[in-house]
Design a protein around this ligand. Structure first.
Ligand code: 5AD
Ligand code: SF4
Length: 346
């Protein structure tokens, strides 16, 4: 089959083999066809509504040392912070009551200060508001995931980062790829929606490995997949790496939409950082979610996973307005529901 025919096949059946995915990813001439197909599938399965999730980065303290990440524990060039429960709750309350968000995302490094009791307390408080709640706080035990669910958490994001075991363990020292997979499985067992995803453009990541990534998303029955280009951070061991390419990350995202047609896919901040209008282009190539940052600027500037991420020059309200304008400019609407994964039979 030609690449064009393979894209059509994916658009209609949502099935491709690894070799077929590789062929599409390698064929630069048919990128545009791929983006158009992903946009059609997005429209057919999840519609024109864009779900907004308010991101609160409540602690930048992390026990891990991922080679690509600015929050890694060996980076001594950032000021570490940890919000208290009242601050977290007040940010969430403002986002829900005054800004109209229907999902709060609590994100942090792997900060051991926030044990189950502390997390469950803040989860319960936020769930008194009219909102869905997503956690993005790293690897935990099954019992902890169950406790979060019990307290009211609806979803949990844990990217696999790369399905290439050797690369994963090279760039995430002290971390085990098998444990990561186990954690992702446990999120589902605990009853939360499963969010995962990968980086695109780590040194030595291959096209074949992106194909494995996409098939992995299908295998774990992901509810949400975030894909972001890797952007080198100057205070990390990968500071001299070349970094990810916007178009390749977009292609991995578009193929994810073709193979998992009804899931939620964010237009990631890393896409916007790498290309002007990156998020708008992503919204037109398969994405249906944006996660505006509502963290106060005084904290946000210290949550630098990669350079250029934090847009500290604008307030949360200005950021939200910019996102709303983007959505309106491409004829899309903002969703007013909680934005759970609506499973459709393909
Ligand atoms: N570039 C892009 N994304 C990054 N992340 C961490 N470091 C970087 C970087 N340098 C992503 C990881 C993590 C998420 C919270 O941020 O994929 O899961
Ligand atoms: Fe910590 Fe996550 Fe950064 Fe790794 S990617 S160092 S776990 S914050």
């Amino acid at each position: 089959m030609t690449t064009k025919e393979l894209i059509k096949k994916a658009e209609n059946t949502h099935l491709l083999s690894k070799d077929e995915i590789v062929k599409i990813l390698k064929d630069e001439a048919s990128s545009e066809d791929l983006f158009v197909a992903a946009d059609m599938v997005r429209k057919k399965y999840v519609g024109d509504k864009v779900h907004l999730r308010a991101l609160i980065e409540f602690s930048n303290i992390c026990k891990n040392n991922c080679h690509y990440c600015g929050l890694r524990r060996d980076n001594k060039n950032i000021a570490r912070y940890r919000m208290n429960e009242d601050t977290i709750y007040k940010l969430a309350e403002h986002a829900v009551k005054n800004m109209g968000f229907k999902t709060i995302v609590l994100q942090s490094g792997e900060d051991l200060f926030f044990d189950s009791d502390k997390l469950c307390s803040v989860i319960k408080r936020i769930k008194t508001l009219d909102t869905a709640l997503t956690l993005s706080i790293g690897e935990k035990t099954l019992d902890e995931y169950k406790a979060y669910k019990q307290a009211g958490a609806d979803r949990f994001l844990l990217r696999i980062e790369t399905t290439d075991k050797n690369l994963y363990e090279r760039y995430d020292p002290d971390m085990s790829w098998k444990t990561r997979i186990e954690c992702i499985r446990n999120i589902g067992i605990a009853g939360m929606e499963i969010g995962s995803g990968v980086l695109v453009g780590l040194p030595e990541q291959t096209i074949e490995s992106y194909a494995d990534d996409i098939l992995f998303f299908k295998k774990i029955n992901a509810d949400m997949i975030g894909i972001g280009p890797f952007i080198p951070h100057p205070d990390t061991p990968l500071k001299n790496a070349e970094g990810g390419k916007f178009d390749l990350a977009l292609k991995v995202m578009a193929l994810t939409r073709l193979l998992l047609p009804d899931i939620n896919i964010p237009a990631t901040t890393a896409m916007e950082t790498l290309a002007p209008n990156g998020q708008t282009i992503a919204l037109q190539s398969g994405a249906n979610v944006i996660m505006p940052n509502v963290t106060l600027a005084q904290y946000r500037k210290h949550y630098e996973l990669y350079p250029g991420k934090s847009s500290t020059n604008i307030t949360a309200d200005e950021g939200l307005k910019a996102v709303k304008d983007k959505i309106a400019s491409i004829g899309r609407e903002i969703a007013t529901d909680y934005g759970f994964h609506q499973k459709k039979s393909c």
